[in-house]
Design a protein around this ligand. Structure first.
Ligand SMILES: [Zn+2]
Ligand SMILES: [Zn+2]
Length: 72
């Protein structure tokens, strides 16, 4: 059974490893991806970052930013 996790902003995701940013309300595939968008205590736009790729949660269809390469 799939648990859908919902944040107060309305974002929904299903993967327990997901890291949701309470500042910019973007959703990330994991702690490493989340940390990549945090720069000097602010949020970088993942669209400007080569290391992050936009994917979708298989259940909610919402955007999830993941590391483009596990090697990064
Ligand atoms: Zn953020
Ligand atoms: Zn949120």
């Amino acid at each position: 059974m799939t648990n859908i996790i919902t944040h107060s902003c309305g974002s929904r995701w299903t993967d327990k490893r997901t890291a949701h940013c309470a500042a910019c309300h973007r959703t990330f595939g994991g702690t490493r991806a989340f940390e990549m968008h945090r720069k000097n205590l602010t949020c970088a736009d993942p669209r400007t970052m080569k290391g992050l790729a936009k994917t979708s949660d298989p259940v909610t269809g919402e955007h999830v930013w993941r590391r483009a390469s596990p090697m990064l």
